[in-house]
Design a protein. Structure first.
Lengths: 151, 496
């Protein structure tokens, strides 16, 4: 009958190898399945032609912008505090998601002295308002009322 | 019978939960699972009973809100409303939008109530059976849950099992409770990963950040053409619209509940299965898809059936029925409450609260959606580009709070957000991964306990009668998986 050796001192390494073994077997099965399918359809095993990772017309700016802003946001919280960092970054996320072209409206708005009537500049003001209100509200509700630890 | 905690604060929590849930459900790209993952940290501030009103409200609201965009713009707000638009949208186009919405809301209410009844009747007996389970049966039960995930991951069984076991492996990272020794931890993370990856940041990463990355990739497009609700050719009439539909309502609710019970099977499966059943049993299947009430009721009745159904295995066996209840496990864990066979016996108040909170949530969902529907539909005009930044803020706060302020958890969230994004790209199921991750440490514990009891003899896994029954079930689900895969392949070949 099948047996395994159980010793308390090594019991933490009893189970992980079994799972790794199962995963190994599954990888082999998946590779064989692919090889069989490729042989049947007479396609090469590695077929990168026509493969697209991203969806059609994917938005490079927004996807990588989101990632970059997040990577900057988390250390910024520790550096300058939760509230200031959140206001800055929630504003930037808003601008990024609505469209970076809004920044171009800043000099235009100051030159023409039309602020609210300039739709792009208005959008920036809305972004700032959302950033200030939501950050302050969450800081107050979570941090002060519910006493949840904030950065 | 335990008592029940209910009062004004709980009612308010329920209202907040349902309303926010409806908003999340109604916005395509935001789901009930995401809502619960984000609001989970609030359970630190409240006791579990009060939090459950909020979380279950989010669940019911989140599943129900999905019908609004499905009917009005033909985009399901949540995956579980996938079939709602098939018949709902044609109705809206011919000027019966309000009627379609109200039929969907009523069907949702009944679906929710049917599944609540199933939860009430089936959970205690199932738990009573499971109470006698030894480590062997508990181990096999989790293996069974993992094989069901495989059997139902349509077409790609091996991929489904594989990613489930990857989840198991990742859950083993850190300290093993039996001998306090670490494994699979790189030395630079010795402190941070001592207890492994925390559930909450993993959840938030997998269910909120992945969604945000996908939406960002797609460019956060907002334009849609909403059906006009100002002129209505036909209104809602309960007696006429539900005449002859009661069997459909009951069947859909039960199908939804049943799909909910199966681990790792999402709401879209409930909607699809119920819709195809209604179609195949109908006298006029050709009319489905043209704006038939039957199809709308089948989809919406079934997806709210999920809510109670998915809680049955969670509260009786400790195995979450879908990704949303997997997130709910987080709420129980945060409060140190063990879900499993002893849950109802040990926590009668929480059990009563769950039943009552679900009932209240269903009623509130109906009240907040049925009457003011013409105003509620405006939710879908909320711009995503304004909401997602706030969600990122909430995600960060939630992850950070997991261990009372640890920036490592925030990085964990981002890491799993990126991992989940890649998993989705390569066609791996995120819920399967999550369920493996949640059940992984229990799987190990029961395995080691079984081995301990037998002194290393592996035949212990075949020594218990109920255990052998579970072995048979495991085999059946694997055979079914193979059969189903072959059949769908043949079908695909004959169609090609």
């Amino acid at each position: 009958m099948l047996r395994v050796t159980y010793r308390p001192s090594t019991s933490h390494w009893l189970f992980p190898p079994i799972i790794m073994g199962i995963l190994g077997i599954l990888i082999v099965i998946m590779l064989i399945q692919r090889a069989v399918r490729c042989a049947k359809e007479k396609k090469p095993f590695f077929n990168l032609k026509g493969y697209r990772f991203f969806i059609e017309n994917w938005d490079k700016t927004r996807l990588f912008g989101t990632l970059v802003l997040m990577i900057l946001y988390f250390p910024a919280m520790e550096l300058i505090g939760f509230l200031p960092a959140s206001i800055i970054f929630i504003f930037l996320f808003n601008v990024l998601f609505v469209g970076l072209h809004q920044f171009k409206s800043i000099p235009v708005a100051f030159k023409t002295k039309q602020f609210w009537s300039n739709p792009d500049f208005r959008s920036l003001i809305i972004s700032l308002a959302i950033a200030v209100i939501s950050s302050t509200l969450i800081w107050f509700l979570f941090g002060k009322v519910f006493k949840i630890t904030l950065p | 019978m335990g008592v029940l905690s209910f009062g004004i604060p709980q009612l308010i929590m329920s209202v907040i939960g349902v309303v926010i849930g409806i908003i999340f459900g109604a916005l395509p790209g935001m789901t009930a699972t995401m809502a619960i993952a984000i609001f989970l940290p609030l359970t630190y501030a409240y006791d579990l009973n009060t939090s459950l009103y909020l979380l279950l409200g989010l669940y019911v609201g989140g599943i129900s809100g999905g019908l609004i965009p499905a009917i009005l713009i033909n985009i399901p707000g949540t995956p579980s409303s996938i079939c709602t638009g098939f018949d709902g949208h044609p109705m809206a186009r011919r000027g019966e939008g309000v009627r379609a919405l109200r039929i969907g809301i009523v069907a949702s209410l009944f679906g929710g109530l049917i599944s609540l009844a199933c939860l009430f009747f089936f959970t205690p007996p199932l738990a009573r059976v499971a109470i006698n389970f030894s480590a062997v049966e508990k181990f096999l039960l989790i293996v069974f849950a993992l094989t069901i995930i495989a059997a139902l991951s349509k077409g790609d069984m091996i991929k489904g099992v594989f990613i489930g076991f990857v989840g198991v492996l990742i859950s083993l990272i850190g300290q093993f409770a039996d001998n306090n020794k670490m494994r699979m931890v790189p030395s630079m993370f010795r402190v941070d990963l001592r207890m492994g990856f925390q559930l909450l940041p993993v959840l938030i990463g997998l269910f909120a950040l992945v969604q945000i990355f996908q939406e960002a990739e797609a460019g956060m497009k907002e334009e849609h053409h909403m059906a006009d609700l100002s002129k209505q050719s036909r209104g809602f009439n309960f007696r006429e619209d539900f005449k002859g539909q009661w069997f459909n309502v009951l069947r859909s609710g039960i199908i939804g509940t049943f799909v909910g019970v199966l681990p790792g099977v999402g709401g879209s499966a409930a909607s699809l299965l119920s819709y195809s059943q209604a179609k195949s049993m109908s006298k006029h299947p050709d009319k489905f898809g043209t704006g038939l009430v039957d199809g709308l009721i089948a989809s919406e009745g079934s997806n709210n059936g999920l809510t109670g159904g998915a809680l049955i295995p969670l509260l009786s066996l400790g195995i979450p029925g879908d990704s949303t209840t997997a997130v709910l496990v987080g709420a129980f864990m945060l409060q140190g409450i063990q879900v499993g066979p002893l849950f109802i016996t040990n926590n009668p108040t929480i059990w009563n609260t769950i039943l009552f909170a679900l009932l209240i949530a269903n009623i509130l969902m109906f009240v907040f959606m049925f009457y003011p529907i013409k105003h509620v539909v405006k939710i879908i005009n909320f711009p995503k580009s304004r909401i997602f930044p706030v969600i990122i803020l909430l995600c960060t706060v939630g992850s950070y709070a997991t261990q009372n302020g640890n920036i490592f958890d925030v990085w964990t969230m981002l890491f799993f957000g990126i991992v989940g994004y890649f998993l989705a790209k390569f066609g791996f199921s995120i819920p399967s991964f999550l369920i493996g991750f949640i059940l992984g440490s229990d799987l190990e514990k029961y395995f080691v306990d079984s081995i301990k009891g037998s002194g290393g003899d592996l035949s212990v896994f075949f020594s218990r009668p109920i255990g052998n029954v579970i072995w048979v079930l495991i085999l059946v689900s694997l055979v079914y998986a193979f059969w189903d895969e072959r059949r769908s392949k043949k079908k695909a070949q004959s169609e090609a």
